[in-house]
Design a protein around this ligand. Structure first.
Ligand code: AMP
Ligand code: ZN
Length: 676
């Protein structure tokens, strides 16, 4: 549509799109309350991209298209902080907290209220806005001079490019990496043979200080803002109100805050979050206590480095000691071999820990970890057990440095370092360990999703020469399955049904399942949607792939290289003759407009027993018609389909006044739907 727009129309439309998209982003990333489905956002976004391609002069700094990164900068410029960033004085116990409060009361002359906040373990950032527009983002540096990281911060979705009001302010807060993103990033890095980050804080720091902002954009960073440095027209008189005002003008603020009138209340807050800490989706290292009233803050003032009106209570580190009993090496799908410490079980931060990844040989060397060493362990990101350090005083005199393996423990080929990788790899393509991992990956949930084929069963199939590659799965017979341990007729039947059902999967599952290096589930979906089928992808050239949104040259290279292999083409032919679907069955964003269906743009919940459909099929069909199927009923649900014996979801839908259909009504609606 956009190619018909005149410059004037384009200007107006682009402005409207920027405004709408920024509002959607605000609802999604800041408020956690999206009001539209993702594909509507995607559609408008694509429209804006097209307009901006046609009229590049319309690209504004608050356009959401500026968030994807891609600008490669030479280095970071200095950013002077006219108002310095302060640090906080620490307190480590209730006694020290009481002393802090007494000092405050002595100066002020009466008791005061405190605003208690979580101390987010990330990096301080300072954001400046002029007339509502984000103009500068900076690190803290030494407090007076930091680095200008505006381009990097623009890729962080929860940082507004334009505020809800056209005001000029400077605000401060924390940029952090959520625990889940951290875990995923480290898994990917380990799998790719790269160094891992020690904790989310380091990962966030590393991600923000990237000269290539595209890398920052991929890192899933988030923010909480909590300080107003330059108020502009903001009117709050207390910290607590300022947090609310920050949220109103467009920033993401932390909802876990509390106004406390006594030290006992502050202490209760600290205790509460000490216990809740492990469940939070981000890491905190303490609680910040701030005098709530700004006038009183001012009367208390600052020491050389920190405000007299605030304190940071630091949680004691949760560490434990244990002994390294063994180091096991396992081989992943791509041949990377990773060491795991097997330790005497010990409790740390709420769970019993007996294993911890040691990541790679360099890590073991750097920390000089040896068998029978006593070590301290902690949980990175509050979840992943990590060895902190060896306690040298407890090391036996006769102890010797750990001997790294030189050969694959499974196939005995020599291990190598590829390029600059820290990882050791087995590069034997016939390595049984790698093939077994590849089979596991193929059947896994986000890949072909074949139930009943656990690692043991697959390993046996491989060892008994029933299966040597993924295509062989589709040639298995019942007799063959019955030769496996513990597989009786019923189980064999179930396995065959599951394998057969997987033939109908939309092709992105297969693409992901093939285990092409660097191609995750998301990239697989993008490839499938763009090219339509596996053959088209196998013929695509580097330029075409790299031009697709978010697929960088690493992925493009890997895909092209993968399909250059003659054996891959044989495998494709075998899969096809086995009847495995090689085409994309989902909806393409561009096809959505052509759909005519009562499910289009609707959020649907399926509950109770369905008799005509299997739940998964019904879900996929509805999704292919542009509907969204979710698991729980809320105000945003449009239709609840209630099968037999529907329970609480039905009751909830009734109380919310949501449209309720029985199974037959759904069946009729499906019949009435068209994909033109
Ligand atoms: P420290 O680095 O231990 O001196 O602690 C001060 C740092 O805590 C500040 O520079 C902030 O980056 C960080 N911080 C995290 N959460 C908060 C919060 N809610 N209020 C103030 N500072 C915080
Ligand atoms: Zn091997």
């Amino acid at each position: 549509m956009s190619h018909l727009l005149t410059q004037e129309e384009a200007t107006a439309r682009a402005q409207e799109l920027r405004k709408t998209l920024n509002r959607y982003a605000f609802e999604y990333y800041v408020k956690d309350q999206p009001s539209v489905e993702d594909y509507i956002y995607d559609k408008l976004y694509t429209e804006l991209v097209q307009i901006e391609e046609q009229y590049p002069e319309l690209i504004m700094s608050d356009s959401p298209t500026q968030r994807v990164g891609g600008k490669v900068i030479e280095g970071f410029e200095k950013a002077v902080h006219d108002i310095p960033l302060y640090s906080l004085n620490d307190v480590f116990s209730k006694e020290e907290l009481i002393q802090f409060d007494q000092r405050v009361q002595k100066t002020v002359g009466h008791p005061v209220s405190y605003c208690c906040e979580l101390k987010i373990d990330g990096l301080s950032i300072s954001l400046r806005y002029e007339n509502g527009l984000f103009v500068r983002g900076a690190t803290r540096g030494d407090g007076s001079v930091g680095e200008n990281i505006t381009e990097n911060l623009k890729t962080v979705n929860s940082i507004p490019l334009r505020l809800n009001e056209d005001i000029s302010v400077e605000v401060r807060g924390e940029c952090y990496m959520p625990k889940a993103s951290f875990v995923k990033l480290n898994q990917e890095r380990e799998e790719a043979g790269q160094d891992v980050f020690a904790n989310p804080r380091n990962a966030a720091a590393g991600s923000l200080r990237q000269l290539d902002t595209k890398v920052t954009a991929q890192r899933k960073l988030d923010t909480f803002l909590y300080t107003v440095a330059d108020f502009g027209p903001m009117t709050s008189k207390t910290q607590y109100d300022a947090l609310n005002e920050l949220s109103e003008i467009g920033f993401r603020t932390n909802p876990e805050k509390r106004l406390c009138n006594t030290v006992d209340e502050v202490w209760a807050f600290i205790q509460e979050y000490h216990d809740k800490r492990a469940e939070l989706p981000y890491e905190i290292d303490g609680i910040v206590i701030k005098v709530n009233d700004f006038d009183i803050q001012e009367s208390l003032g600052f020491t050389v480095k920190a405000p007299r009106w605030a304190a940071a209570y630091k949680f004691p580190p949760e560490e434990a000691q244990t002994v390294i009993e063994d180091i096991e090496w396992t081989i992943g799908r791509t041949g990377v071999i990773t060491p795991t410490a097997v330790m005497t079980p010990v409790r740390v931060a709420g769970t019993t820990v007996s294993r911890a990844s040691l990541h790679n040989a360099d890590y073991i060397r750097m920390k000089d970890i040896r068998l029978n060493d006593t070590v301290t362990i902690y949980k990175a990101g509050d979840i992943i057990p990590e060895v902190a350090q060896v306690i040298l005083e407890k090391r036996a005199k006769e102890s010797e440095a750990y001997q790294m393996p030189t050969h694959c423990p499974v196939c005995d080929s020599e291990l190598v370092h590829l390029d600059e990788e820290v990882a050791l790899r087995c590069i034997n393509p016939k390595c049984p360990a790698q093939i077994k991992e590849g089979l596991n990956h193929f059947v896994s949930r986000n890949a072909m999703n074949i139930d009943g084929l656990g690692p043991r069963v697959l390993a046996q199939m491989y060892d008994k020469h029933l299966v040597s590659d993924v295509a062989d799965l589709y040639k298995l017979t019942e007799e063959q399955l019955l030769t496996l341990d513990k597989i009786k007729e019923k189980a064999a039947g179930n396995i065959l049904t599951a394998i057969s059902a997987s033939k109908d999967n939309s092709v992105e599952r297969l693409i992901f399942g093939l285990g092409i290096r660097h191609v995750g589930a998301k990239a697989a979906k993008i490839l499938a949607e763009h090219f339509g089928d596996l053959y088209a992808i196998s013929q695509a050239d580097f330029e075409t792939i790299v031009s697709l949104d978010t697929l960088g040259d690493i992925i493009a290279n890997s895909v092209v290289t993968y399909f250059e292999n003659e054996e891959v083409h044989q495998l494709m032919a075998e899969l096809q003759s086995a009847g495995v679907n090689l085409t994309y069955k989902g909806v393409r964003t561009s096809d959505l407009e052509k759909i005519d269906s009562p499910f289009k743009d609707k959020t649907i919940v399926l509950t109770g027993k369905l008799t005509q459909f299997n739940r998964e099929e019904a879900k996929e069909t509805i999704e292919s018609l542009g509907g969204k199927v979710t698991g729980s009923v809320s105000k945003k649900t449009d239709i609840v389909v209630a099968g037999e014996e529907a329970g609480s979801k039905l009751t909830k839908a009734q109380s919310l006044g949501i449209t309720i259909w029985n199974e037959q009504q759904m069946a009729d609606a499906l019949k009435d739907s068209h994909k033109n």
